[in-house]
Design a protein around this ligand. Structure first.
Ligand code: BGC
Length: 363
């Protein structure tokens, strides 16, 4: 486990665990039935991709740590699908064959993953939907308020544009069409951007691929003209990196604001260096902890009683925990990701960023 994750596990998180007040109490029966309390078993974790840094650096180790703490005898199986829905299906089937009692599933393709959920349930295996809500008879769901993530991105972009909103157009580089979160981020952003600024081009980015985001941005620059683009809504830090690469190659100045999400280290460094305007910090520890608690409750036939919301996935109202996203700009890096132990000033302010860090008051 790397240093960052160890520190997170030790300190916990001060931010973002702003849950609503009332429990909805919509929990499901545990997979193992009532009489199996305290029992161990196999728990499978299926994560969707590895180009976005969060999954291998935070989600996986944090979930494994919490699962081991809650159920020391449990065996944890882990697979990453590298953005391939068919591969995720095979990984799930293999875990079911190996006898997992609970799956924690972050779907590559939420609709296709309905098949995984259904076959799991047919075999008496419970399913926790993690971050992305799969279709089918899911037991519990933990994520962030994803519509709000989009609103926060859109609102912060508008603030950056200030009075210049009418002087040009923005480009939207959205996430993958197979990810229901991407649609929520986009809808949330559009809800604040539309009517306030002209959206010149809008792309859905297959696989959330930074390379495809770069190509989309190149197309937008060709179509709209460099001087007419006043800002970029990029749905996450990976797509922001692609958009920024295209903008640099086309000779854009640093002051054209670009959004992001995930508070990846590279994005925080770009923010310090004025290459990216904002990111969204989603504290992963409370998300990973809740998933582990849900999974162990299901395994042991206990009720998980901390769900504070429900979210409909087309099949049912799924008892859910939805965490709060936080906007990060240069002005509040210290108060957010640094204060929360997500990144240290040492990690952010490497030699290359020393001057920019000094100017930003981080040193
Ligand atoms: C997650 C984001 C992530 C994106 C790409 C979304 O479902 O919520 O945090 O950047 O997928 O993996």
């Amino acid at each position: 486990m790397n240093k960052v994750v160890r520190r997170l596990v030790l300190t916990g998180t001060a931010l973002a665990l702003t849950l609503g007040a009332s429990a909805c109490g919509g929990g499901e029966q545990g997979a193992a039935g009532g009489g199996d309390e305290g029992q161990a078993g196999k728990i499978g974790i299926l994560l969707p991709e590895s180009k976005t840094a969060r999954y291998e650096a935070f989600d996986r180790p944090l979930m494994e740590k919490k699962l081991k703490q809650l159920c020391p005898q449990c065996e944890i199986l882990y697979q990453n699908a590298d953005q391939d829905a068919a591969k995720q299906q095979q990984q799930a089937e293999s875990m079911l064959t190996q006898g997992v009692k609970v799956l924690i599933l972050d779907a590559v393709d939420a609709k296709a993953a309905g098949g995984i959920v259904t076959s799991a349930k047919q075999q008496g295996v419970a399913v926790v939907a993690y971050d992305r809500l799969a279709t089918g008879p899911v037991d519990y769901y933990v994520s962030f308020d994803n519509h709000k993530v989009g609103q926060v991105q859109g609102q912060t972009l508008l603030e950056a544009l200030g009075d210049d909103r009418a002087s040009g157009q923005i480009v939207m580089i959205n996430g993958a069409p197979t990810d229901p979160n991407a649609a929520e981020f986009k809808a949330g952003a559009e809800s604040v951007l539309k009517g306030e600024v002209e959206i010149g081009r809008s792309y859905d980015t297959p696989d959330w691929s930074p390379d495809k985001a770069q190509q989309e941005m190149e197309q937008a620059i060709t179509a709209l003209g460099k001087d007419n683009i006043i800002g970029v809504y990029a749905a996450n830090d990976g797509t922001a990196s692609g958009a920024i690469a295209a903008m640099k190659a086309a000779g854009f100045a640093n002051n054209v604001p670009v959004t992001g999400q995930d508070a990846e280290l590279a994005a925080i460094q770009r923010i310090v260096a004025d290459e990216q305007y904002m990111t969204v910090y989603k504290a992963i520890k409370p998300e990973a902890d809740a998933a582990a608690e849900m999974a162990v409750a299901l395994l042991q036939g206990k009720k998980y009683d901390k769900a504070t919301a429900t979210k409909n996935n087309g099949s049912k109202d799924v008892p859910s925990v939805l965490l709060e996203p936080v906007a990060v700009t240069k002005d509040n890096i210290k108060e957010t990701v640094v204060a929360d132990g997500f990144w240290s000033v040492d990690e952010i302010c490497t030699a290359r960023y020393a001057d920019a860090c000094a100017k930003a008051g981080l040193r």
